[in-house]
Design a protein around this ligand. Structure first.
Ligand SMILES: Cc1ncc(COP(=O)(O)O)c(C=O)c1O
Length: 460
């Protein structure tokens, strides 16, 4: 802790011999309010002692307390709650029917193989593990995609979805300083942080219609049209977070039309490939559509959810360019940005992905496990809907829950109602009314339906 030295002069107290040394910490007194003050006796002359007072004022005094993260802060509050019935529907992480974290069997198998092989822990190149980069772009676009075959994709392994988005943010800031990002309203909370920190200006396009708890398609289209030409339009590839509402294939076509017309650059965030429908190919529909139209596209990928590799931080940023020259230059600049940020990415998770995708047996096992996880969430969604429909005698239509897709459901509960869910029912969720169905079991659906109905009707 840094000290501020104050010089004071006053009559010396009677000092013990050992305290009369030229420099020495003699005592700690509480002089300035609650501040802890060290008195340093520097010397004594003519019955007066000149003292330097070291006040422990931190150099970081001006730093204010940051608010808890709106998503991860929910888990912290959940851990502190001692109630037996508590339920954590805040964070988007898959749980088993027993509400326990889940490590995929296929991941355990890949890790055992890696251990047997005795891979080393040397640094990866800045762009990451070559086998991972190959696997990830093929999963995204399909191995036979012409963009891959023509060498038009710049792929750099990133620190999961967040780190990949952030790297792209740095790239936009450096090479498109006059462009802004357009993000959906609402969107995953961290998008705003990422673009703020990357100093990329952003604004929102309409997405959610509270009247229908569905997509505000007209609002979305008109806001994208109204954005300055050449904006980066951030789109959720599938399983929109937080709403769980995705455009239909026809709507995706229209979105692509407007983006093309306005010379915008589509920037997909793909955090749930395979996890939404259970099929890797189906969930890549939107990205593949845009690429097939010859558009230049940015895509951030994450393996946190679909392989349960949350803490391994494995993902990638792909920039699909119109030619291989541009792709090579873009990749070189992404590497240049990554080097001073984190030097090179971690190897373990990347090896897991590469080993699973590169081995047909493991790959099939992964697909089965992913289907199982997506299936469990679909079952829970179904059951929650039936419980709500049965218990709510008002005739309210809860079918929007069934129309939503992926890990999340947007309940339509407002902040005060969401607070009631937590304060009265010990159900932890984000304040925008989002619940993670991945944290819900069939056994808890009735309880949750009671909590939602109470909060919806009894709290304004
Ligand atoms: C929409 C979206 N994008 C990106 C991410 C990034 O996750 P991670 O950094 O764990 O890969 C998430 C995680 O919740 C997300 O929901």
């Amino acid at each position: 802790m840094a000290s501020t030295m104050l010089s004071l002069s006053f009559a010396a107290p009677s000092l013990h011999q050992s305290q009369k040394r030229e420099v020495g910490c003699v005592e700690t007194a509480s002089l300035f309010g609650n501040k802890k003050v060290d008195l340093l006796f520097k010397g004594k002359s003519l019955g007066r002692t000149s003292m330097s007072v070291a006040v422990n004022v931190s150099r970081f005094e001006g730093i204010t307390m940051a608010p808890p993260d709106p998503i991860l802060g929910v888990s912290e509050a959940f851990r502190a709650d001692t109630n037996d019935t508590k339920l954590n529907l805040g964070v988007g992480a898959y749980r088993t029917e027993e509400l326990q974290p889940y490590v995929l069997n296929v991941v355990k198998k890949a890790e055992n193989l890696m251990l047997e092989k005795g891979d080393n822990k040397e640094y990866l190149p800045i762009e990451g593990l070559a086998a991972f980069n190959k696997a990830t772009v093929e999963l995204l676009l399909g191995a036979d995609n012409p963009a891959i075959q023509q060498g038009r994709v710049a792929t750099v392994q990133g620190l999961s979805g967040t780190g990949s988005l952030r790297l792209a943010g740095a790239f936009i800031h450096r090479y498109f300083p006059d462009s802004k990002a357009m993000i959906s309203s609402p969107t995953w909370g961290n998008h705003k942080n990422i673009f703020n920190d990357a100093r990329v200006p952003w604004s929102e396009y309409r997405y959610y219609d509270p009247r229908t708890v569905g997509l505000d398609f007209d609002g979305m289209i008109s806001d994208i049209k109204a954005a300055p030409d050449g904006s980066f339009v951030v789109l959720h590839g599938c399983a929109h977070n937080p709403t769980g509402i995705d455009p239909t294939p026809e709507q995706w076509e229209k979105i692509a039309d407007v983006i093309e017309e306005k010379k915008h650059i589509p920037f997909f965030d793909v955090a749930y490939q395979g996890f939404a429908s259970g099929s890797l190919d189906e969930d890549a529909y939107s990205v593949r559509l845009f690429v097939s139209r010859g558009l230049e596209v940015l895509v951030a990928q994450s393996y946190s959810k679909n392989l349960g590799l949350y803490a391994e931080r494995v993902g990638a940023i792909n920039v699909i360019c119109s030619g291989s020259d541009a792709a090579a230059r873009v990749k070189s600049q992404l590497k240049r940005l990554a080097r001073p940020m984190y030097s090179n990415p971690p190897v373990h998770g990347a090896r897991i992905v590469a080993n699973i995708v590169g081995d047909p047996t493991l790959f099939n096992e992964w697909k089965e496990e992913m289907e199982m996880m997506a299936g469990r969430i679909k079952n829970v969604r179904q059951k929650l809907h039936s419980c709500l429909a049965e218990k709510d005698k008002s005739g309210k239509d809860w079918s929007f829950i069934l129309k939503q897709i992926g890990m999340f459901s947007f309940t339509g509960l407002n902040k005060v109602q969401s607070d009631n869910m937590t304060n009265k029912w010990h159900v932890y969720m984000t304040k925008d009314g989002r619940i993670s169905l991945a944290g819900l079991s069939l056994a808890k659906c009735e309880f949750l339906a009671d909590a939602i109905i109470d909060s919806f009707y009894n709290v304004s």
